[in-house]
Design a protein around this ligand. Sequence first.
Ligand SMILES: [Zn+2]
Length: 184
Amino acid sequence: MVFTWTAHRFSGGALALDVANSVILRFDPARRVDRFADVPALDAFAGAANRFCAEAPRFGALLPVAERNRARLLTLRETTDRHFRALTRDEQRPELLADLLEVIAAVLRGNGKDGSALDTATAHSALGLAANPEPDRLKICPNCGWLFLDRSRNRSRTWCDMAVCGNRSKAKRHYHRSKEEVQG
Ligand SMILES: [Zn+2]
């Protein structure tokens, strides 16, 4: 089956979180999938983000990350995930924020005015979230492990995407240990 980026895969509510969510089931080493490990999928992410990412209009037309900057994007992704995941647990981990800010600085320094590149835009997105954290809106989907911003008025969202993870979780309760997999 050919992998495609769908609207579901942009449930994070911010570009930096959607990038972090390119790893599915982080908490389960046996089943985790890194969608950016596949270079064509990584290159296709920017175009899909233009269509589906809630924050994309802020950045204009996003372009794929340059080959020489791919490794740094992955470092940015991992430091983003570690910092914001710790934030959901209300952990005081200033070193994680420092790590994230260092990578953001490196991306911005390296890319200069190339603001439409995926890595530059992701750095700006992560910086915005880090500067104005919303810990009561930042959540982790209990089904797939993705980070997302709960923008609902009463902050009642449980799932990254009710139509996918909510339904799968219901199905799991009914058909325990069925073959259903998280849509990664
Ligand atoms: Zn989910």
